[in-house]
Structure formats: C-alpha cells, structure tokens
Design a protein around this ligand. Structure first.
Ligand SMILES: [Fe+2]
Ligand SMILES: [Fe+2]
Length: 193
C-alpha cells in the first residue's frame, strides 16, 4: 500500500504527544523543503518525516518486548538502550500491520535514530531533519542546516560527526551502528559514493 500524507498525518496526531507531534511536523516540513531543494521526492520525504517517530507512541517496556517478538534486536546495545528501537518498530508495524510497501520510506523510518552504512538520500534526509528541525536549538545547529542545504551528503557527515562528538563529550554510550555510519560517511567523503 502506498502511504498517503493525510493518513500518516492522522496516525501521528493520534499516536503522539502534543510535543512529539510538533517535533514530527517540524521534521516533515524541513525534510520536504530539503527534498525539493535536492531534487528528491517531497511527498516521500513528508510521509517519512510524519512517520519517523510513530514508535515513540509505545511505552519503552513494550518497545523492548515488541522488538523481541518481531526479531528486531540486532546488537546487545539494542537491549541496553531500548530508546534506539522506535524507528525499527515503526517501520515493522507500518510494513506488517499497515501494508506499507515503499521500501525507501520504511528504511528512512527504521534508520533515523542510528543510521547505517550505505544510507540512501531519503534515509540521510530524515536522519538529519530529525536532528535539525526548526525547534531544535543547540550550538552550531544553524551551521548544520546550511550544510545540509548546500550538500546533503556533506551535511549528513557533519550531523553524524556532531552526534559522535556530543556522545563522547557527555559520556553517553555510543551504539556500534552510529560508529559504523560515521565511518561509512567518512569513507564516502574521501572516495565518493
Ligand atoms: Fe526518533
Ligand atoms: Fe524525531
């Protein structure tokens, strides 16, 4: 089934808190703007933006048990830090219970939290729009927004690099997929995609 903008908008409105819904709209708007600018599909970008945090509507204990049931645990860290699971859960739910078959949108939703090596332009778009949507406010966010506007891949590299630096400086755990995503983007910067 093709995901319709109105449908996924209503899902997000129903499933998310007011604050999370506001963030979701910010991601959808910014992802759509960046998609138009970079010649990507703006409707897919909007749909993926609206869907990306649907899994956050589920309480964290249930997220872990659903991830176990649906076989979505790939790393020991997934169980240690279950807040990384909501993208995979939302993508699985949309695919199996909502019959969404757009693999690009599903991948963008699934990988918006940690990334993965070999990300597509839509996956990068949602990952970065999540970090830099208009209500995000942290040092250098404007620089990241400009970098994403200038060049999506360079912007993605700057985003994942910024996340790694933040995690290290604040003594937060680093999920292996974040590290692998960074190394992949670094490689793509040096030798091209
Ligand atoms: Fe998220
Ligand atoms: Fe988000």
């Amino acid at each position: 089934m093709i995901l319709q903008v109105e449908e996924v908008y209503n899902l997000a409105l129903r499933m998310l808190s007011e604050e999370r819904f506001k963030h979701t709209l910010g991601v959808a708007n910014w992802a759509e703007e960046l998609a138009r600018h970079h010649g990507l599909d703006p409707v897919k970008a909007r749909c993926a933006g609206l869907a990306h945090d649907l899994g956050k509507g589920i309480i964290i204990e249930d997220q872990l048990s659903l991830a176990r049931r649906w076989n979505l645990l790939n790393y020991p860290e997934d169980e240690l830090y279950p807040y990384v699971l909501h993208g995979r859960l939302a993508a699985y739910w949309l695919e199996h219970y909502y019959r969404v078959d757009d693999v690009e949108i599903l991948a963008a939703v699934a990988n918006h939290t940690l990334g993965r090596p070999g990300m597509s332009p839509l996956e990068m778009l949602i990952y970065c729009a999540d970090l830099t949507e208009p209500s995000r406010d942290f040092p250098k966010v404007d620089k990241l927004r400009q970098s994403l506007y200038d060049d999506l891949e360079k912007g993605m590299f700057a985003c994942v690099e910024g996340i790694l630096i933040y995690l290290k400086e604040s003594n937060h755990p680093i999920h292996p997929l974040t590290q692998l995503t960074y190394e992949d983007m670094q490689r793509r910067q040096t030798i091209g995609t």
